[in-house]
Write a protein that binds this ligand. Structure first.
Ligand code: SF4
Ligand code: SF4
Length: 366
């Protein structure tokens, strides 16, 4: 089977796709060569999501034991897990900006800085894979809408006039945080980083959930319900972290490309897309909403018609290759931090204990 080239991509010759006219006059594209049918599915992303969920649970249990020691009025015997700083995105953003201005990695929440840097790097070069491969909230959100689809045999969609303004909510939140952090001088950032509030921000977050108010429980309950009905409700409408990664992902050289020549216009890719992108109508998915989840690639029945690649002519990354690259970047940066002795923070158990005794009195630095 020969291959001839056009400006945009390689076209198999003879083409495996034929345009067929139906009795009602409609013209559809039909796959005539069955050897072009895609076979098998890859569950690699599920395993990676599970891995990060287990890491999160491990961090959660360790942190619970650490705070439990403080609650009993003793210096905890269990070491505070540094990975907990991955749940302090604003503090991490402040650390990142401080690093850009001064070249210094702060010793209060250094692992938060490294996790944030890894996640930013991933989104800049590989679309916002953090959301669909690493983030435990993304995983839970996805599981909820899949559960909803099983029960109701479908997910629901908000009408465009609600969807578009609601979607801008997360970008507005993101802009607020980015502008606020960008407007601070190095001295002000340093003041926040070394404030009592920032030092115990992780414990405050823990106490928020451990002593959760009825109002917060109701809000979380409503979000869970909405996530059952609507695909990725939290990620699509409310998460400012995802919005930031989406904006940085716009420069990603790697993205989903569709080979129009072998596409049979079946629309399965668009149906499968959790971000509801019209993949079947695009040559390349440039959207800030694409999370490199590979759902479209997995749903496409025609081999090599959708690929996650640098250009339409280059070879696509398989899910397995994407996973290896993502894990290499993420754990590579964590490894560098550990080897450089920058992973653990510099707050001692005694200091944590003295902060904990007055934790109720420690409030926002700004
Ligand atoms: S289904 Fe495809 S286009 Fe949609 S978010 Fe996933 S990778 Fe991006
Ligand atoms: S799944 Fe999408 S890209 Fe693949 S053949 Fe169908 S419409 Fe074309």
């Amino acid at each position: 089977m020969g291959i001839y080239r056009t400006k945009t991509s390689e076209i198999p010759d003879p083409s495996p796709v034929r345009v067929v006219e139906l009795r009602d006059g409609r013209r559809i594209r039909k796959l005539t060569d069955k050897s072009y049918l895609r076979e098998g599915r890859s569950d690699v992303r599920n395993y990676v999501q599970l891995l990060f969920l287990l890491i999160t649970l491990w961090i959660g249990i360790d942190f619970y034991l650490f705070v439990n020691g403080l609650e009993r009025g003793i210096v905890p015997v269990v070491q505070r897990p540094p990975g907990v700083e991955g749940f302090l995105p604003i503090s991490a953003m402040i650390s990142f900006r401080y690093f850009l201005l001064t070249g210094i990695v702060n010793h209060i929440h250094p692992s938060g800085f490294f996790i944030f840097t890894a996640v930013l790097l991933i989104s800049t070069f590989m679309k916002k894979g953090f959301c669909s491969w690493i983030c435990p909230i993304g995983y839970i959100s996805e599981s909820l809408h899949e559960f909803g689809a099983k029960i109701f045999r479908r997910n629901f969609e908000l009408p465009g006039w609600i969807d578009i303004p609601l979607r801008s909510l997360k970008y507005l939140l993101m802009a607020f945080f980015v502008i606020s952090v960008s407007s601070l001088s190095a001295m002000e950032l340093d003041g926040f980083i070394h404030s009592g509030y920032n030092k115990v921000a992780d414990i405050k977050l823990y106490l928020f959930f451990a002593q959760i108010s009825t109002f917060s429980l109701v809000v979380i309950g409503v979000l869970i319900l909405l996530s059952i009905f609507y695909k990725n409700f939290w990620c699509r409408y409310a998460c400012p972290y995802g919005a930031l990664l989406g904006i940085t992902s716009l420069v990603s050289p790697l993205k989903i490309h569709r080979m129009e020549q072998t596409c049979i216009d079946c629309g399965k890719c668009a149906d499968a897309c959790p971000s509801m992108l019209p993949v079947d109508k695009l040559d390349a998915v440039n959207s800030a909403e694409c999370t490199a989840c590979y759902s479209c690639v997995e749903a496409c029945p025609v081999k090599d018609t959708l690929k996650f690649s640098v250009g339409s002519k280059s070879k696509g990354l398989s899910q397995r290759q994407y996973a290896l690259l993502l894990l290499a970047v993420y754990f590579g940066i964590v490894g560098v931090a550990v080897l450089a002795g920058l992973w653990q923070n510099s707050i001692s158990g005694v200091e944590y204990l003295s902060f904990f005794k007055n934790i109720g009195a420690i409030s926002h630095a700004f």
